[in-house]
Design a protein around this ligand. Structure first.
Ligand SMILES: Nc1nc2c(ncn2[C@@H]2O[C@H](COP(=O)(O)OP(=O)(O)OP(=O)(O)O)[C@@H](O)[C@H]2O)c(=O)[nH]1
Ligand SMILES: [Mg+2]
Length: 686
């Protein structure tokens, strides 16, 4: 590459190499810049690699050795040639021979990882019913035979053990279930839309952000329409009643007048003469006022009519009908439809908001969004009034939902330490993990999980499996397996290595404390402290401070969430067939047996400080670390004895057996003791 750069810019290959190294090498070959005395040799190697890449080696043996050495250069810090065997190279990293526990910075496996994702779920809408009639030879006007539409697909979620990350889901962003196919003639029903199951890792929390349920909205608008119609009918009845009353009064008045018919004719004549005088004098005025009244009445009537037209609310159920294709909009407006049959979804939509804490594999998928019901073909509507129905019903729109997924890895032991403390090296030493190791801060950028296998051959004891985390108050926890028996003896446990924390991580310094969520659920916390990097006690206190602050923040979040007044309405058990899992979860949420006093005790702060913990004092092989270890041990003994407070400052925190295990992870020394200690605390934790 350097030679290509040199050719392009007409400068000597060496100069181009130096420029390229200065700009790109720190990122491409961090190992080259780690050890300054080794730098000239590394540059020379890189130059050789560049030359051999441009000019192919002349013989096959040279080609083989060239490609081999190129690979080696890429993965070593220094290459020393042992005296006497000129061809033999020994790679050293950190002035020690390169090994699995002392790997070169580029010797690692980095699986893709994401711990959060947001998804929009579109359940499938139902297919439309079909308007069709049988037509055969000598039977031009056969009976209706339109098929029903198929139901739309549902969207489920399932937690499975094989999954370790949400990265695939976070790239998808949308999940669509299949839509139901439309019905067809010859009474052919449409097929169902395909269901979709979202598979997530165990430890995922599903939170509903938003939902649109057109069926629920439609049901609401139908209810409103019916209420409005009822109110109008009541008003009309009241008016009719009033009119009837008026008519009755009028009749009574007439009768009264007739009874008074015995009055003297003379008086009547005098009265008529009076009236006649009046009529003569005001005839013109009366005529005018009558005309004005008539005009006003006409105007009022027109206004009333207009108001009525404006108030006219359309029956929302009319949109559900589908007419024969040859019919116009006017036909649609004037068409008379029978009453719409009441239909329920096969599976009931879980009540909002969905909140699932999938702390264990789900035995069966959990329903999130239900597909729409398929429409009915015209066969359903043939009756005496409609012998040849030219209408069918449309399929229902389906639920659209936005959910947030958050993964909290479920490791048994969480490694917490400052950057560059040696957490990843320790994980490599006790598990088969190939996490990245490098002598700079923030080598690890994503959580890594390793599995420690406890088998009788390695002398590691078997330990009974830790019970899975209990359902937290207010959360619908994972689906409990009714067949869960007593815990089996554990043959393995998992350890999570997370990116390093720095002081002030809770203020978003360094990589922040977001990664602490991955050790939040660990049964045991192992604080990894570098004995060669200054005061170990101060480092431990700083780590606990950050952990406690994180727990307090989670505490605050929980309280804020609990303050939101969720819709507690339970689904109507008689509304139709029920998704049993969802109902179970809903009920579990409300009957989980945690009283409010328990809820206060189970706050994350106490939950974290109450965990068993110990300190792994690494890099004990480095000189002048003994005194530091002694001071650390004395501090931990004081905590166990109760003369020093717990470093988190939380009262009643776990201080049963605070210990520090000195190790040299890079040499694999003392790591078995670490495993034993972890196993001991895991069994304590039960
Ligand atoms: N001498 C010695 N060096 C060690 C030991 N453990 C780790 N190291 C070295 O310390 C450096 C940092 O080790 P990592 O395991 O990457 O440290 P980390 O805590 O994972 O670092 P971040 O991922 O950045 O938080 C590497 O160069 C290791 O080789 C040890 O026991 N002894
Ligand atoms: Mg690391």
């Amino acid at each position: 590459m350097a030679a290509v750069v040199a050719a392009r810019h007409r400068m000597p290959a060496g100069a181009a190499l130096v420029t390229a190294t200065a700009t790109l090498a720190p990122f491409l070959y961090p190992s080259l810049l780690l050890n300054s005395p080794a730098r000239p040799a590394a540059l020379l190697n890189l130059a050789q690699a560049a030359v051999s890449a441009v000019s192919p080696p002349s013989c096959p043996a040279a080609a083989a050795s060239g490609s081999h050495s190129r690979r080696r250069w890429a993965s070593t810090t220094t290459t020393t040639t042992t005296a006497g065997t000129p061809g033999d190279t020994v790679s050293t990293v950190n002035n020690l021979p390169e090994s699995r526990l002392n790997p070169a910075p580029d010797d690692y496996a980095a699986p893709s990882f994401a711990d959060s994702a947001e998804l929009t779920l579109y359940a499938g809408r139902g297919g439309n019913g079909c308007v069709s009639f049988l037509r055969e030879a000598y039977l031009p006007d056969g009976p209706p035979n339109g098929g029903d539409g198929g139901a739309g697909g549902n969207i489920y979620i399932q937690a499975a053990h094989g999954e370790t990350s949400l990265h695939k889901i976070s790239r998808r962003r949308f999940v669509r279930a299949g839509r139901g196919k439309h019905g067809q003639g010859s009474a052919k029903s449409g097929t169902r839309g395909e269901d979709v199951i979202i598979t997530v890792p165990v430890g995922t929390i599903v939170r509903e952000l938003e939902r649109q349920d057109p069926t629920a909205e439609e049901a609401l608008s139908i209810k409103l329409y019916r209420a409005e119609m009822k109110a109008r009918r009541r008003r009309e009845l009241e008016i009719e009643e009033e009119e009837r009353r008026q008519r009755k009064l009028e009749r009574q008045r007439q009768e009264k007048l007739e009874q008074e018919g015995g009055r003297s004719d003379a008086a009547r004549e005098a009265e008529e003469a009076d009236n006649g005088r009046l009529t003569e004098t005001d005839e013109w005025e009366e005529d005018m006022s009558r005309r004005a009244h008539a005009r006003m009445a006409k105007h009022d009537q027109r206004m009333e009519q207009e108001e009525l037209e404006q108030d006219e609310i359309e029956d929302p159920q009319r949109h559900k009908w589908l007419l024969y294709p040859g019919m116009t909009k006017n036909d649609m407006r004037s068409a008379e439809f029978p009453s719409l049959p009441r239909r329920t979804r096969l599976l009931q939509q879980p009540p909002a908001p969905v909140y699932l804490d999938l702390t264990r594999p789900t035995p069966q998928p959990i329903l999130l969004a239900t597909g729409g019901v398929g429409g009915l073909g015209n066969t359903h509507f043939s009756s005496r009034e409609h012998p040849r129905p030219v209408f069918a019903t449309k399929g229902d729109e389906a639920v659209t939902m936005r959910i947030a997924l958050e993964l909290k890895l479920l490791a048994d032991v969480g490694l917490v330490g400052l950057p560059n403390a040696g957490k990843s090296t320790l994980l490599r030493a006790i598990t088969n993990s190939r996490t990245r190791v490098g002598s700079w801060a923030f080598t690890t950028l994503q959580p890594n999980i390793g599995t420690v296998v406890l088998d009788k051959y390695s002398g590691r004891p078997a330990v009974a499996a830790r019970p899975l985390p209990a359902v937290t108050p207010g959360h619908s926890g994972g689906v409990p397996d009714p067949e869960d028996g007593p815990a089996d003896p554990r043959t393995r446990f998992t350890v999570a290595d997370i990116p390093g924390l720095i002081e002030g991580a809770h203020l978003d310094r360094g990589l922040g404390i977001a990664f602490l969520r991955h050790v939040e659920r660990a049964g045991v916390l192992a604080f990894v402290v570098d004995l060669s990097a200054g005061d170990a006690v101060a480092a431990l206190q700083a780590l606990w401070r950050e952990v406690a602050l994180y727990a307090a923040m989670r505490d605050e979040e929980e309280r804020a969430r609990a303050a939101i007044n969720w819709d507690e309405s339970t689904p109507d058990p008689f509304a139709g067939p029920v998704n049993l899992t969802a109902t179970f979860l809903h009920n579990a949420e409300h009957n989980d047996g945690h009283g409010s006093s328990d809820a206060a005790a189970a706050t994350p702060t106490m939950h974290t400080a109450g965990k068993p913990w110990f300190v792994v004092a690494t890099k004990a092989d480095r000189p002048a670390t003994h005194d530091n270890f002694k001071a650390l041990k004395a501090y931990l003994d004081a905590i166990t004895a109760g003369s020093e407070p717990h470093p988190s400052g939380v009262e009643a925190a776990w201080t049963k057996r605070c210990a520090a295990v000195p190790v040299s992870a890079i040499n694999g020394q003392g790591v078995d003791r670490v495993v034993h200690w972890m196993v001991g605390l895991l069994s304590d934790d039960q």
